[in-house]
Design a protein around this ligand. Structure first.
Ligand SMILES: C[S@@+](CC[C@H](N)C(=O)[O-])C[C@H]1O[C@@H](n2cnc3c(N)ncnc32)[C@H](O)[C@@H]1O
Length: 198
């Protein structure tokens, strides 16, 4: 907690949400391919925490298909509204998107086979309540993936003081009771951390 207290969290201003849906981002981290590499499959139930306008949630609707489900939440009502519009325009009927208050995830216990927290944790003061809530909403053995920026100077992403070293997130997952936590580099700027719900 002393580390968390020393960290200065930072969240992308809502007015800059267009930066989450750029072509450059799609080229650098194609969402469907990324979700599949992380283990999302047809028929699964996907939980996207801090979903933003749907960079991952919208393609996830297609990946899981009509027998799968996508649960998405965000503290920003603007993000939720845009995500719903985007899914509706594409004719996806398998999305449930809700605003969350604080770290509480507005979905039932054990509803998810796969949970994603992408580029969110650097904006959260204490990650343990969010990880505990994720665990509650996940089935036994379900996968969780975190994606975030490396803690090194670069001309994009959040301020350095807000970022986590990947090993810190591995330890946070272990502290929250997740198993088999491990991380790997994605492209030199970003990394993935994966683990399993007990
Ligand atoms: C940089 S955006 C990433 C959005 C999306 N995950 C993506 O990769 O495109 C961070 C998002 O996290 C949301 N957020 C920040 N704190 C949150 C919290 N405690 N619970 C849920 N969402 C949160 C913000 O509103 C914002 O939409």
């Amino acid at each position: 907690m002393s580390e968390a207290a020393a960290r200065k969290q930072w969240t992308l201003p809502v007015r800059n949400r267009h930066l989450l849906l750029t072509r450059g981002r799609r080229r650098a981290m194609p969402p469907v391919k990324t979700l599949r590499v992380l283990g999302l499959q047809r028929g699964m139930s996907f939980l996207d925490i801090g979903c933003g306008p749907g960079y991952f949630s919208v393609p996830a609707c297609r990946v899981v298909g009509k027998n799968g489900r996508v649960f998405a939440c965000d503290i920003s009502p603007v993000m939720i509204r845009e995500l719903k519009t985007s899914a509706k325009e594409r004719g996806y009927g398998n999305l449930t998107a809700k605003r969350n208050q604080g770290s509480r995830i507005p979905f039932p216990d054990a509803c998810a086979d796969f949970a994603l927290i992408a580029f969110v944790l650097h904006g959260v003061s204490d990650v343990q309540p969010m990880l505990a809530e994720s665990r509650r909403a996940m089935r036994k053995g379900a996968a969780i993936a975190l994606i975030d920026w490396h803690k090194k100077p670069m001309d994009m992403g959040p301020p350095l003081e807000a970022r986590f070293e990947p090993e810190e997130l591995v330890n946070e997952l272990r502290d929250a009771g997740f198993r088999k936590a491990r991380w790997w580099d994605f492209d030199g700027n970003t990394y993935f951390v994966a683990a399993q719900a007990p």
